[in-house]
Structure formats: structure tokens, C-alpha cells
Write a protein that binds this ligand. Structure first.
Ligand code: SR1
Ligand code: MG
Length: 413
């Protein structure tokens, strides 16, 4: 039984009326619409519009996982983690996160920018659209967070305080279980097409994969480098095209927002690089499956785009590091090399969990079964190859080349 009131379409007008921080955002005396728009696994999300078209988004954390119901309790304090990440990240890259108007710690509600003129990037990719500029924005976001929330960019005491406040064990445990452990060791939540059962069995019997995921989980649980987003997949990115897409579905973005940072914690920076890489692979697997090979190649080119933007932003901030006496350019080179290689490992974890584990993604899941079979097989085999080659040549280009080869070899003919 929750000790706080859940938002409903009926009680939201009163909530807004008693929340001064949103009074200048929407006209609370002239509300025109209010609808629940949440399609995620965890929370309630409402969009409220007033008579002149201005809007506000209200997101409320439930005390359990929405995807499964009350049988899986989950701390609503995740709203605080999201609010704190929005604040910290927004100070670094205000153009790349939703603007937050209010955080209510009693009812675990965040009032934030109406992004109804954007769309979730995953949905756009699934529809065959190519939003140019989104992958670059994601890389710039991660580069800013890497520098600005880490020991490189923060005052020592402020850093210690931020690390302490960011401890987020319940949300981290979801990732530890669903991303690193359960794809290999089924806890009763795994599933796949019958035709992919041999692939899932090969995957879980792969000693190299087990060793790699053991290492990845260890990094995830011990490497407190920066206030990472923690769940930076293409469903956590909103994109807005500057105009109508061209005949090939290409459109320049004029706005990108990385949102839904409730999994934020001080963790390994490369987790926020491997996650988008894995999702570019999923988008490419879908595009190859439906015969859109040129667009699939574009999806895979995003791996380098995100990395390059990340590296550019990180290098741009590097001259401002707090202790240049010991953090020399050799440190810079070492950090970049380490993160590049760890991104392979995290990408492998993030791509395979969506195929065999709980909480799948729509890129592959909504393909017709005969096409899904090859796409799923390709992703599982790619994941196993990636952990083998991560230490060999860890460039983003090599990652994309390998992905192309393995996805094409396995797609359903
Ligand atoms: C129970 S939550 C399942 C998944 O949804 C979130 O988006 C995270 O990716 C999490 O692993
Ligand atoms: Mg989410």
C-alpha cells in the first residue's frame, strides 16, 4: 500500500493549482487536456496542455515496477535520482536534457518540459526515419557528463557529496540482474522465439561470454567514475526533425533531449557509450531484416558518430581539468582507450539482454517472427564476437564492421 497519492487525470488540475513552480508554465485555470502517455516499464507519465497550447509533463514514480505490477516493489526515490541527474546534467548541457520545473519529494513527481513536438528516437528508427544529429548529441551529452560530473571537473567535497547522494542500489540491481546476469543465467524471466532457443542455449553456455559479463558486472558495481545516465538507449532519447523527412526518411534534428535518467548513479562512464552502440545495432538489425541495407549501414555509422562527438566534447573540456599536474595528456589518452574498449563490453551486454532477457525492445520484437529469428540470432552471435574482439582492435569503426558482417550473415533470407 503506497503512502502517497498517485496522479490521475482527475486530480492533476488540483495538483497543478497547488504547485507554484508550474504556474508560469501552463495556465492552470484554463486546462484543455490531460492524458497518460507513459509507455515505459516503470512510471506514470501525463501530458497536460492548456487552452493556448502550452504544456507540462508530469512523471510520477510508482512504488513498484509498472511493467509487472505490485509484485515487484521498487523505490519511488528513483524520482529523486532522476531530478538530481537532470539538474547536474542540465547544468552542463542545458540543450540536451528536458527542462525541469519542479521536483516533489513527497509524491515522487517531476514536472518537466513538454516534449510533445519531439518523438522517441526508437520509434522513429522503427518507422524507417534517420534523424541526423541525434547520435552526435548523445555523444556530446556523454562527453559533458564524463568530464563535468567526475573528479576531473568537480570540487572534491562536492564530488563526494554527489557520489553519496547518487547511491541507487535498487535501480542498479535491475541492471545487474537483467543486463549482466540473467541473459546467461535464466531466473525464470527469459524468453525467445522457439527457433532461437538453440541460439540462447549456445549463448548461455559460452564461457567467454560468461567471463566477459562477470567482468562487466564488476565494473558496473565498482567503477564510480561519473554520474552516468544509466539507461541511455534510443528509447531514452527524444528527437525533433527540423522539417519533413526527405524521400529516404532523412531529416536533420533541430532538438534532441536525453531523458529518463532514473537509473543515474556514479558508475562506469563507458556504460553510457555501450548502451547507445547496442541500440544502434538493434536498429541496424531491424533495417537489415526488412531489406533496408543502406539505412542499416547508416545506423551502424552512428557508433562512430557518437564516439567522435563524445571524444570531441571530452577533449574540449580537458584543459579545465582540476589537477593538470598529474592528469597529463597521457592520462587523457589512457582514459579514452579504456573507455573505448569497455564500451564494446557494455554494448555486448546491452544488445543481448534485449533478445533473451526480460524487457525486450521493439526494434526486433515487432518484426514478423521469420525476420525476427535471423535478427535475434545475429545480435546474440555478434554479442559473443564482440566480447572476444574487444581487446584486439577496439575502434568504433571495427565494432561497426563486425556488426555489419555478423548481422548480414545471420539475417533471415
Ligand atoms: C524492470 S525495468 C526493465 C528495464 O526497463 C528500463 O528501461 C531499463 O532498461 C530496465 O532494465
Ligand atoms: Mg527508462
Amino acid at each position: 500500500m503506497a503512502d502517497y497519492e498517485f496522479l490521475t487525470v482527475e486530480n492533476i488540475p488540483d495538483y497543478l493549482r497547488t504547485t507554484p513552480a508550474v504556474r508560469d508554465v501552463v495556465d492552470v485555470d484554463d486546462l484543455a487536456s490531460c492524458e497518460e502517455i507513459g509507455d515505459g516499464n516503470l512510471n506514470l507519465v501525463f501530458l497536460v496542455k492548456d487552452g493556448s497550447g502550452r504544456g507540462v509533463c508530469l512523471k510520477q514514480a510508482l512504488p513498484y515496477v509498472r511493467m509487472t505490477g505490485e509484485g515487484w516493489p521498487m523505490t519511488p526515490d528513483r524520482a529523486r535520482h532522476e531530478a538530481e541527474a537532470l539538474t547536474a546534467h542540465g547544468a552542463l548541457v542545458p540543450d540536451l536534457v528536458p527542462r525541469m520545473y519542479h521536483y516533489d519529494p513527497h509524491r515522487h513527481i517531476i514536472a518537466m518540459e513538454d516534449l510533445s513536438d519531439h518523438r522517441v528516437w526508437r520509434g522513429a528508427l522503427n518507422d524507417g526515419l534517420s534523424h541526423v544529429g541525434a547520435a552526435e548529441a548523445v555523444g556530446r551529452y556523454v562527453g559533458a557528463v564524463a568530464f563535468g560530473t567526475s573528479a576531473l571537473g568537480m570540487d572534491r567535497e562536492a564530488l563526494a557529496d554527489a557520489v553519496a547522494r547518487s547511491v541507487n542500489p535498487q535501480l542498479c540491481e535491475i541492471t545487474e540482474d537483467l543486463v549482466f546476469t540473467e541473459p546467461l543465467v535464466d531466473a525464470g524471466r527469459n524468453s525467445c522465439l522457439p527457433a532461437n532457443e538453440p541460439d540462447a542455449a549456445d549463448f548461455s553456455a559460452d564461457d567467454a561470454m560468461m567471463r566477459a559479463m562477470g567482468h562487466a558486472k564488476w565494473l558496473f558495481m565498482t567503477r564510480a567514475e561519473a554520474l552516468v545516465h544509466g539507461d541511455l538507449h534510443t528509447g531514452s532519447v527524444m528527437v525533433r526533425g527540423a522539417g519533413a523527412p526527405d524521400a529516404h526518411g532523412r531529416v536533420e534534428c533541430d532538438s534532441v533531449r536525453c531523458f529518463d535518467s532514473e537509473f543515474a548513479f556514479y558508475g562506469p562512464l563507458a556504460f553510457d557509450l555501450g548502451a547507445p552502440w547496442a541500440n544502434y545495432v538493434a536498429a541496424a538489425a531491424r533495417a537489415f531484416a526488412v531489406g533496408e541495407d543502406t539505412r542499416a549501414d547508416w545506423c551502424l555509422s552512428l557508433v562512430s558518430v557518437t564516439w567522435d562527438a563524445f571524444e570531441t566534447e571530452f577533449r574540449r573540456r580537458w584543459p579545465d581539468r582540476r589537477d593538470p599536474r598529474v592528469w597529463t595528456d597521457a592520462t587523457l589518452a589512457d582514459l579514452l582507450l579504456t573507455w573505448r574498449s569497455e564500451a564494446w563490453l557494455f554494448a555486448a551486454a546491452k544488445m543481448s539482454r534485449r533478445i533473451v532477457g526480460a524487457a525486450k525492445n521493439t526494434d526486433v520484437e515487432t518484426l514478423p517472427p521469420e525476420l525476427r529469428e535471423g535478427a535475434a540470432r545475429g545480435i546474440l552471435r555478434l554479442s559473443r564476437q564482440v566480447v572476444r574482439e574487444a581487446g584486439v582492435e577496439s575502434s568504433p569503426q571495427a565494432f561497426s564492421r563486425l556488426a555489419r558482417q555478423v548481422l548480414l550473415e545471420n539475417r533471415t533470407r
